[in-house]
Design a protein around this ligand. Structure first.
Ligand SMILES: *Cc1c(COP(=O)(O)O)cnc(C)c1O
Length: 405
């Protein structure tokens, strides 16, 4: 008997190459900077690669700054709402006038959670998921009267989990559309409807779905949403975040940070705060012009590819990963930390292993595959559809398999 490993079952590399050859989005890879083609980057769920379109928009903003100086503000003042409208339709399924891009996701979450709670008379409780992203849990903890639900760590919060937490004290429910750890995709329409039936408002965090999943905010009757632009929207590190408020709610809601960019007639410099009647009332201070240029470029490339095609490829990339996990990694002590069914999953895969931290480091150092590690036992593989090939997934799993013997 030979002592070497037996030939691997599961899809072979030519299968992955055939999927690449048939990939309608394959050419989009060349629209992004790639300074190190020998490295496989599977962290687009954390920081998206740099689109040339974003670099061009940022260079243009730098030029405007140099040339126009303070006069540039004529064109820049309205950028948060203009870039918001640019992403509203193609990325979020929202009509114009309901999205601005400003501040960070954490700050936008604070503004909207406070505003929403104050708008529901006689109710104080904010419900969220104990497994949600840390900043979301902390911001809501700081509000007080937080109620936590405990969901299945792999399949995420269900409509029943949420319904059990609802009563006449609940003002707002805040959940991630796609879980940051497991990639579990929540049922936006059903959960939003259940929350409305209980007389509360629904706030979704789209950080892990904006740009990789065809979000349908208007169709799902969503009240409020926030989310990152530097993940699947590829806007650049620390780029400003999205904020959505349904038109009919805008005048009813008053956010807690009364800044001059939210003021009705900003340059009248009025004595008292009098918020703008529209989505601009959710702005606070001077926008990051360079950051917004990055968002504009990122949104352009994602919108050009189209969310339907992006979602189709995301499911197919994930399916290849699930098959390779089953064939190679499950026998080596790995467990899938994501829903196995692609329709229940966002765009990343979580793999759990008792020795995950060591494997994650070795994979980067020896395998040249960049993933991230989430304490205590999870490796996340971000399969950003515009920049990940099927052969990248195959190679990454092949190297994982070699490193985890
Ligand atoms: C990435 C992420 C954030 C990040 O918030 P910042 O304010 O940009 O640091 C917030 N919430 C969720 C769910 C995330 O995935």
């Amino acid at each position: 008997m030979t002592t070497g490993p037996s030939p691997p079952p599961g899809p072979d590399r030519p299968h992955a190459e055939a999927l690449d050859a048939a990939d309608a989005l394959a050419a989009f890879r060349t629209r992004f900077a790639d300074e190190d083609p020998g490295t496989i980057y599977l962290c687009g769920n954390s920081l998206g690669r740099q689109p040339m379109a974003a670099a061009r928009r940022i260079e243009h903003a730098l030029k405007e700054w140099a040339e126009q100086l303070v006069d540039g503000w004529h064109g820049w003042l309205d950028l948060p709402a203009r870039v918001g409208d640019l992403m509203a339709g193609p990325i979020l399924g929202a009509a114009a006038g309901q999205v601005v891009v400003s501040d960070s996701t954490s700050v936008n979450l604070y503004k909207l959670a406070m505003a929403a709670r104050a708008a529901v008379p006689g109710r104080q409780v904010v419900v969220t998921d104990a497994g949600d992203f840390p900043t979301d849990r902390y911001v809501l903890e700081g509000l007080g009267n937080r109620r936590l639900i405990t969901a299945d760590p792999i399949t995420g919060p269900t409509v029943d989990d949420v319904a059990r937490a609802l009563d006449e004290q609940v003002a707002v429910v805040c959940l991630s559309h796609v879980g940051y750890r497991s990639a579990a995709l929540a049922d936006m329409a059903a959960i939003t409807a259940a929350v409305h039936d209980a007389g509360a408002l629904m706030l979704w965090d789209l950080s892990h779905s904006a740009g990789c999943y065809p979000v349908a905010l208007d169709q799902c009757g969503v009240d409020l949403a926030v989310g990152c632009t530097y993940k699947y929207l590829c806007a650049g590190p620390g780029a400003p975040a999205l904020l959505y408020v349904r038109t009919q709610l805008q005048e009813r809601l008053r956010q807690p940070i009364w800044g001059w960019f939210g003021q009705r007639d900003q340059f009248a410099m009025g004595e008292r705060y009098d918020p703008s009647p529209d989505i601009r009332r959710f702005l606070v201070g001077t926008p990051s012009v360079i950051g917004l240029a990055g968002v504009q470029g990122g949104v352009e490339v994602v919108a050009e590819a189209g969310l339907a095609a992006i979602r189709t490829k995301a499911v197919a990339l994930g399916e290849l990963g699930v098959q390779l996990h089953r064939a190679w990694l499950a026998p080596q002590g790995f467990a899938l930390g994501s829903p196995e069914d692609g329709v229940r999953r966002g765009s990343h895969l979580a793999l759990r292993h008792a020795d995950a931290q060591r494997i994650h480091h070795a994979l980067a150092r020896d395998g040249r595959v960049i993933t991230d590690f989430r304490f205590p036992d999870t490796i996340r593989l971000g399969l950003a559809p515009l920049t990940t090939r099927f052969s990248d997934v195959w190679d990454a799993f092949d190297r994982l398999r070699a490193l985890s013997y």
